[in-house]
Design a protein around this ligand. Structure first.
Ligand code: HEM
Length: 464
């Protein structure tokens, strides 16, 4: 039997009067790195104070997994639900209880493997546009803002699957809906980590712009709604998330317009920032590691023989080096490193070395990927470690249990295609300058510019 520890038994960094540990947490823009350092110093489960409020933090594999699996009844998400609601983005991610169960079925259905083939048309179309953009940059000898370009790509894909609309942000300049949404999404992180919820008391110009953006998405949803209903009335299978939301159900009320908009925005948000960070980090690490980039290039040249994106996602199977580079990037640069939860009742969690007793309502922050650091030379980018037996502690970049990320297959498909095509046709070279990392709900690279240089074979193909 493990000994039992209570919240009061936990140690952690010494809190300052009034503010607790809030100041120490702000020593790094990538806040999760601070959490990881403390886990190293105080053990994988430790205590922080936000002001006077005690917050348990845990990166202990068994505890993280137990919390993730005990949902929706045992644990709920903290803060993110109300924050998303305050922004008009309330949907499946922030929902709990019966509402979540209903929405989850629809989200899982529209993102299931059966539909990936259909989505692949949209994924391949957007990948071709990204490729054209980087070809133009290579021909002009210009660097590319990788994260911005890839965010356009992932937004186009998630908008296509959410409502069947081709946003084509890769084809437009900075004034498209893409650039307005770019203002909305960081606000989630800002409100989530703000020590004082200023947005409740002050309306800033950016809040008014955000409301206008939501009205714009609302107009798009309204435009698509009638078509979606008409198609679902024929008994056809839903082909988009919106269609799944409006498909007739015997025993449930219909969703209101605001609920539809909130859910569509949730899907756009969940699919955009996450996957774009993964792709951008992978390309960054490959640019810094020309040998691995060459291995990815060589296999992509064999597997993806046609010049453009392949017509069938099955073609991507067998990109082993690409896949290992993506996994290693996710290990080194977790996209969703921290998530907050709260038990609905008194709970004892079985941890490593001791069990942890949590009273109902006690906040616990999970370091989803802390286990990923338990490998030799954890800060080194070594995709090859994925070919042997990984000895890391369990880690959960896509969550686990009933709320496991329903978009993970789509995310990996998008990442494999973009990384494979980029390395096949371009030598992705660093542009100099220091690349940073920032946490704003998702963790992403900052100031990441690369110089794509067209490879001779690809240069020939573009002229044909
Ligand atoms: C690298 C890419 C991605 C990462 C790292 C990621 C990570 C996550 C994580 C950690 C969660 C929380 C899981 C949990 O609570 O157990 C989540 C939930 C979710 N993700 Fe993803 N995600 C990615 C891509 C996507 C994509 C492409 C979509 C859809 C277009 C998507 C849609 C969702 C949705 C709807 C949820 C909420 C599920 C629920 O609460 O039931 N994600 N994701």
């Amino acid at each position: 039997m493990n000994p039992v520890r209570t919240v009061d038994d936990l140690t952690g960094p010494r809190p300052l009067p009034m503010v607790g540990n809030l100041v120490q947490m702000r020593t790094d823009r990538a806040g999760h790195r601070v959490y990881d350092r403390w886990a190293h110093e105080y053990g994988p489960t430790y205590l922080l104070r936000f002001g006077k409020m005690p917050i348990v933090v845990s990166g202990d594999g068994p505890i993280v997994e137990a919390v993730l699996r005990d949902r929706p009844d045992g644990f709920t998400r903290t803060r993110v639900g109300p924050v998303l609601e305050s922004l008009g983005v309330d949907g499946v991610f922030g929902a709990e209880g019966a509402t979540w169960r209903r929405l989850r079925k629809m989200a899982a259905r529209s993102l299931s493997g059966a539909y990936l083939r259909d989505y692949f048309t949209a994924v391949a179309r957007s990948a071709a546009r990204l490729h054209a953009r980087w070809t133009a940059a290579a021909q002009a000898g210009a660097p590319v803002d990788v994260l911005d370009d890839v965010r356009r790509f992932t937004l186009d894909v998630s908008t296509a699957l959410a409502i069947g609309h081709d946003l084509n942000s890769l084809g437009t300049a900075g004034d498209g809906l893409h650039s307005r949404l770019a203002e909305l999404f960081p606000e989630v992180g800002r409100r989530l980590y703000a020590p004082v919820p200023l947005h409740r008391f002050v309306t800033l110009p950016r809040d008014r712009r955000r409301e206008a953006t939501i009205r714009e998405v609302g107009a798009l949803v309204r435009e698509r709604h009638a078509q979606a209903r008409a198609r679902m009335a024929t008994g056809a299978a839903p082909a988009t998330f919106l269609e799944a939301l409006v498909a007739p159900l015997d025993d449930e009320r219909e969703f209101t317009h605001e609920e539809l908009v909130g859910n569509v925005l949730t899907m756009m948000l969940a699919g955009q920032d996450t996957t774009s960070s993964l792709i951008a980090w992978t390309l960054h690490h490959l640019a810094e590691d020309p040998d691995t980039q060459e291995r990815v290039r060589a296999e992509a040249a064999t597997v993806l023989r046609e010049f453009g994106p392949p017509a069938d996602p099955a073609a991507l199977r067998g990109l082993r080096h690409t896949d290992a580079a993506i996994q290693e990037s996710l290990r080194l640069r977790p996209v969703v490193p921290v998530m907050g939860f709260r038990p609905t009742r008194h709970t004892v969690l079985h941890g490593t070395g001791y069990d942890l007793s949590l009273p109902a309502g006690q906040s616990i922050l999970l370091l989803l990927s802390h286990g990923a650091r338990a490998v030799p030379d954890p800060d080194e980018f070594r995709p090859k470690r994925w070919f042997g037996t990984m000895t890391a502690q369990p880690f959960f970049p896509f969550g686990a249990g009933p709320r496991f990320c329903p978009g993970h297959n789509l995310a990996l498909l998008e990442a494999t295609l973009v990384v494979g095509l980029a390395c096949r046709d371009f030598r992705m070279a660093p542009d100099g300058g220091k690349v940073g990392e920032k946490l704003a709900f998702t963790a992403f690279p900052t100031a990441l510019r690369l110089r794509p240089q067209l490879r001779p074979e690809a240069a020939g193909a573009t002229r044909r």
